[in-house]
Ligand binder design. Sequence first.
Ligand code: PMP
Length: 322
Amino acid sequence: MHTSERNQTCNLLNLIGNTPVVNIMTSLFPYTDIKIKLESYNPGGSIKDRVALKMITDAEESGLIEPGYELVEATSGNTGIGIAWVGRLKGYKVTIFTHDKVSKEKLALLKFYGATVFVAQADLPADSESNYLNLAKDYCSSGYRYFCDQFNNLSNTLSHYKATAPELWLQGGRDADAIICGVGSGGTLMGLSKYFREKGSKAKFIVADPIGSIYKSYFCQQKHVSSSWKIEGIGSNFIPGIINQGVVDGVFSISDDEAFNACTMIRETEALDLGLSSGAIISAAMKLAETGTAKKIMCISPDAGERYMSKLQSHGDSDVRI
Ligand code: PMP
């Protein structure tokens, strides 16, 4: 092995990406090819490792940050965990603003990687001073603090356009009829759809959206009925700056129960551990497969159920007491 190859292999950051794709629900839907890309295989445990690394390296390369800066982000957890992990590797102090809907496992991971964490109230209107996003912006108004701003930062979209999308293309995406993802910041959706459209793919982009989120009404021009939901990482009560309307072909509204039940079903039938947004995506895949309109469906699983263990365990099934 050449020294340059060895150096590449030894850098922990090079372990990000090249995540596996597996077939699922083959007996439930024998005539539909359903595959899922497992982003929990990233070293920080989620799809957001890709985004964290790209936002940080792009900021370094354009001179927006240098050693000694503090990285700040507003996040439902995974982006923060990615930034805390990459930040620790690169020697930046990291401060994360999140909200009280986030699982205790994700909060523990943020602290574990050394981030300072502020927890705001969830589901506050986007214009509320106490909304976690506005608190993060305010915090960055002084000092050597850099607001990563995944909701408006094109490095987020680019991380998927440059890596997640070409991987998916080669892993079966080339002839997919549908690609299903969730939308939080919209980075995954925007990066994948840009790449696939440029490649001439006819795949339909389908969104799994929690009931109560604004995205269904935004993409499908329907009346919005707002409510809160438990599925973490997807859905929104505002439209992030990096999202365009024209890229989505369909939206399935998914309830918390449907997402929880899909996680349980996949765990029991396939021994596959998926997070709640993946549960919503699986639920959307089942609804789509039932229509018979897509022969090959590719799903993006952003993370695993391990980081929602307490929520998954307390939902429905309780321990047998003796
Ligand atoms: N699922 C989970 C668990 C997430 O943390 C995120 C990111 N918020 C998403 C899905 C959505 O990804 P994106 O931000 O790229 O829309």
